[in-house]
Design a protein around this ligand. Structure first.
Ligand code: UDP
Length: 323
């Protein structure tokens, strides 16, 4: 298994995975519509401008290259927008994935690793959340990811599809050598926003709610380094012959919004201007992963287990962004 089609390989997690797979001797064919992705982020000589909503553009790629397996990152990821414009999300994230599966099956490609999300669980009934936690998404973004997981299970039974849905918690950090990073427009994620506030590029960071039932009143999340995610994709890919299903990817460590801000101040040596704001609708107080299954089945363990180390890589990127 050598030639991997990475759909959405110009995006944040996709580009880090392409870089990692290249270092491991894989050939990545990157397909991206560049709506949110960055051409400069693609560290592979093989790039195809393609859109999941254009089945012909997908079919053409499978005709042009001999693809052994697919990693699928291409998705819109703004949860709030998915509530306001669900049509956009279901067309791209759901119909687009069906189109991709059509092209795969038409060309005899039966292996896929997929970016799923802890958003498929909805509000936590208990934490840490293991893979047996009921899946009751609370927005169209999470709903679409769950529907894709359901389709995979049906296609596995009917067509012999081999799949691994990786349910990420909060992806964070940037390439340790500083040449890839997180560049979203608009940016909504906590760590880049905090660092941009510290750099004076934003007035302040708004803390969305200080009255949660957590030790310091702010939400706790499980931040996982993007290079740890990239490694997990490689391991999942290599296990597809014997494994098919779904796995959480998190560190099992919870960090609050206030702890992120303190860590960022520690790492950068600079103060972060802060404003207390109301809760953001749809934010559960605590989300963190039980990550035993990833360790047991993939032999995967996060290497970044200290939030300062994650933030350090993000800071390096914020100070020397290339795109
Ligand atoms: N958050 C915040 N201010 C911001 C952005 C995020 O307080 O400007 C909080 C948010 O409420 C959540 C955590 O930071 O508890 C992580 O949010 P992010 O959007 O990075 O990821 P999410 O958990 O929504 O996937």
């Amino acid at each position: 298994m050598k030639n991997i089609l990475v759909v959405g390989g110009a995006g944040y997690i996709g580009s880090h995975t392409v870089k990692h797979l290249g270092q491991q001797g894989y050939t990545c064919i990157v397909a991206d519509n560049l709506v949110y992705g960055h051409r400069e982020a693609v560290q592979s000589p093989f790039f195809e401008l393609a859109d999941l909503q254009n089945p012909a553009s997908l079919q053409a790629i499978f005709s042009k290259y001999r693809i052994d397996a697919v990693i699928h990152f291409a998705a819109y990821t703004y949860v709030g927008e998915s509530v306001e414009d669900p049509r956009k999300y279901y067309h791209n994230n759901l119909v687009g994935t069906i189109n991709l599966l059509d092209a795969m099956l038409d060309h005899g490609v039966k292996k896929i690793v997929f970016s799923s999300s802890c958003a498929t669980y909805g509000n936590p009934l208990y934490t840490p959340m293991d893979e047996a936690h009921p899946q009751k998404p609370i927005n169209p973004y999470g709903q679409g990811k769950l529907m894709v997981e359901t389709i995979f299970a049906d296609y596995a039974r009917a067509y012999g599809l081999r799949y691994m849905a990786l349910r990420y918690f909060n992806a964070a950090g940037c390439s340790h050598d500083g040449d890839l990073g997180e560049s979203h427009t608009p940016e909504t994620h906590l760590i880049p926003l905090v660092l941009q506030a510290i750099r004076g590029e934003r007035e302040c960071i708004k803390i969305f709610g200080t009255d949660y039932d957590t030790p310091d009143g702010t939400c706790q999340r499980d931040y996982i380094h993007v290079e740890d995610l990239a490694l997990a994709h490689q391991l999942a890919l290599e296990k597809l012959d014997s494994l098919s299903g779904y796995i959480n990817l998190g560190t099992g460590i919870k960090t609050s919004v206030k702890e992120i801000i303190s860590a960022a101040e520690r790492v950068t040596g600079k103060p972060c201007p802060v404003q207390i704001a109301p809760r953001r609708p749809g934010d559960p107080a605590i989300l963190f992963a039980a990550q035993g299954k990833a360790q047991q089945l993939l032999g995967w363990q996060p290497r970044y287990t200290h939030i300062d180390d994650i933030i350090r890589t993000a800071w390096q990127w914020e100070c020397h962004k290339k795109f």
